[in-house]
Design a binder for this molecule. Structure first.
Ligand code: ZN
Length: 272
């Protein structure tokens, strides 16, 4: 994508940098938006962090990530709801319009029940989200994570969940890493545009072989995802927001992060 005005980066992409360094380096490199991971906010006042982001000329795109609703016992589920409520307030203080949700899964909770936990968890936090003006972006995760990270695995399920709950505070995040393989992707992106749920677009690439399920994401252009095609669908559906670079990679975290951000910029321009 040649429009760097739509270039955003997740702080987890450059994990070795603390939030202050990321803000400064992103601004210097021409990044326009920043999605802040909750770990990057630890020990900081979200209001002050939001002010620093705006002062650097960046826009806070989202706070990442809440969710993780399913658990075998009701006490843990209640604690997760309180965690999510803290995150909603944090997103509002940061000035981020979105809280991205990894809905959760638990190996000791059967999948149908876990999906009920997700829905009831969402319903519990929606009133606060509405009050704070923060939308909850359900990010479907690749089915390889259905046992321990998320029981919401396709964009259809995420759209169904939004429609089923029926709140304007619900939306979806399309992350190419999780949904690129789905034969229904084009239709579900179009549907998200129609029903008003399309709120975020995350990019990286899928390497083969994948050396680690979580921390071996590729830089755009390194793998097999047809990112420009998916971006075309997202734009056709009316999305005009940021393309957010979200890469977890031990390989890239081990390298010089200034050099890495340069590679990201080039890959964003050539392969998004
Ligand atoms: Zn994502």
């Amino acid at each position: 994508m040649n429009d760097l005005g739509r270039w955003a980066v997740h702080t987890a992409t450059t994990k070795p940098w603390d939030l202050e360094t990321a803000i400064r380096k992103y601004a210097e490199a021409g990044v326009a938006g920043i999605s802040v991971w909750k770990e990057a906010l630890e020990g900081r006042d979200p209001k002050a962090a939001g002010a620093a982001i705006r002062a650097a000329g960046l826009k806070a795109v989202s706070l990442v990530r809440g969710g993780f609703f399913p658990a075998p016992d009701p006490e843990t589920r209640a604690a997760r709801i309180r965690d999510n409520e803290r995150l909603i307030r944090g997103a509002a203080e940061l000035g981020a319009p979105l809280l991205v949700l990894v809905c959760g899964a638990h190996p000791k909770v059967r999948i149908a029940e876990a999906r009920d936990h997700v829905r009831s968890g969402l319903e519990a936090i929606l009133p606060l989200a509405g009050k704070e003006g923060v939308r909850l972006a359900v990010e479907p995760l690749h089915p390889m994570y259905a046992g321990d990270r998320s029981v919401i695995n396709t964009l259809k399920e995420a759209n169904d969940l939004c429609e089923g709950v029926g709140s304007p505070s619900m939306c979806v995040a399309v992350d190419v890493y999780h949904v690129w393989w789905d034969p229904e992707l084009e239709a579900q992106i179009a549907r998200a545009g129609r029903i008003g749920t399309l709120a975020a677009f995350h990019v990286c690439d899928w390497k083969t072989p994948l050396e680690d399920m979580l921390e071996d994401r590729g830089l755009m252009g390194e793998g097999c995802i047809d990112i420009p095609r998916i971006r075309g669908w997202v734009e056709k559906a009316g999305f005009r927001g940021f393309a957010e670079v979200e890469i977890f990679s031990r390989r890239f975290w081990a390298m010089d992060q200034d050099e890495y951000l340069g590679l990201i910029r080039k890959a964003f321009q050539e392969h998004v």
